[in-house]
Design a protein around this ligand. Sequence first.
Ligand code: ATP
Ligand code: MG
Length: 357
Amino acid sequence: MAARTLRIGLIPGDGIGKEVIPAGRKILEALPASLKLKFEFVDLKAGFEAFEQTGAALPEKTVEILKNECDGALFGAVSSPSKAVKGYSSPIVALRKRLDLYANVRPVKSVMTAKNPIDMVIVRENTEDVYVKEEKTYDTPEGKVAEAIKRISEKASFRIATMAGEIALRRQKIRDSGVPSIHKSPMVTITHKSNVLSQTDGLFRSTAREALAAHKFASSVGVEEQIVDSMVYKLFRQPETYDVIVAPNFYGDILSDGAAALVGSLGLVPSANVGEGFAIGEPCHGSAPDIMGQDIANPIATLRSVALMLEFLDEEVAAAKIYSAVDANLEEGRLLSPDLGGTASTTQVVEDILRRL
Ligand code: ATP
Ligand code: MG
């Protein structure tokens, strides 16, 4: 079998992004040769520093190269200026739009040796809902009133639910390949509030059901649904019950940050921004200016984001190797970064995980 070459854009951005993205590159380079995978890297700019240097937070060249030359990308973090800066807006939000990365995927996993282990992934729709930002304010005799549009479409709901089903099947494949988990079979939970919003959330719910009834899921993926408020309760009381959660944009935003809190450190939680045939891995944390330049940032969120990106490039075996190496480091617990109560540096954690590959 000929080797497959993947071209990966590297966008470190600002702050600790510059320290963790090189670790992401290292782990790709360290994957065993038996996988027959080769990587080429392109260094790309985006973020606040890029804005200060070039006047663009997301230089056009970065978008063009990602679109035309890359199979996937890794995005570090960008600092958000404390006050609004004229002409500056978040480059990752712009990238999601430009590349139609319609899903935000966030796995939340503890070590399997934890007292109550959890292993879930939240699949958040990323193009519509209240984030269409169509708001208005008007005066009435009783004072101002503000309104926002919540837009839900059949098309966006169908494709996000289909992606959730595919992720559920793939997670099973990864479990079958020997990465331990608490789940025995794939399950997708549809989140909504259709008891109140019968039209918008009602459409999301019925469309997601329809998507998950497709032949390829029907026999193997379990489907259930839950009202979002009761889901929050259960998410904190019995998080181990969830495998794949699919949600419209707004609920997904809240659930994914809430779920990230279940595993302790932001430094552990990966994400991916996914569209048709393209994925950008992105650690959930920000640029963490308080710890930058000290070689103490936890690289695990980034390493897991690398694995997640590989999953969407159909390289499950390579992804599983990275997940296992990270889990082994956490389970042994000897070389942990300070956010996890350890004393190891970023460099030491990366070296330990590379050794386990
Ligand atoms: P930004 O505006 O870029 O989001 P922030 O100041 O909000 O920056 P975050 O990156 O969101 O910072 O991080 C929040 C807190 O979590 C900080 O105290 C930070 O040090 C810590 N933190 C974030 N990421 C990591 C990491 N990878 N390793 C260790 N600690 C982290
Ligand atoms: Mg932040």
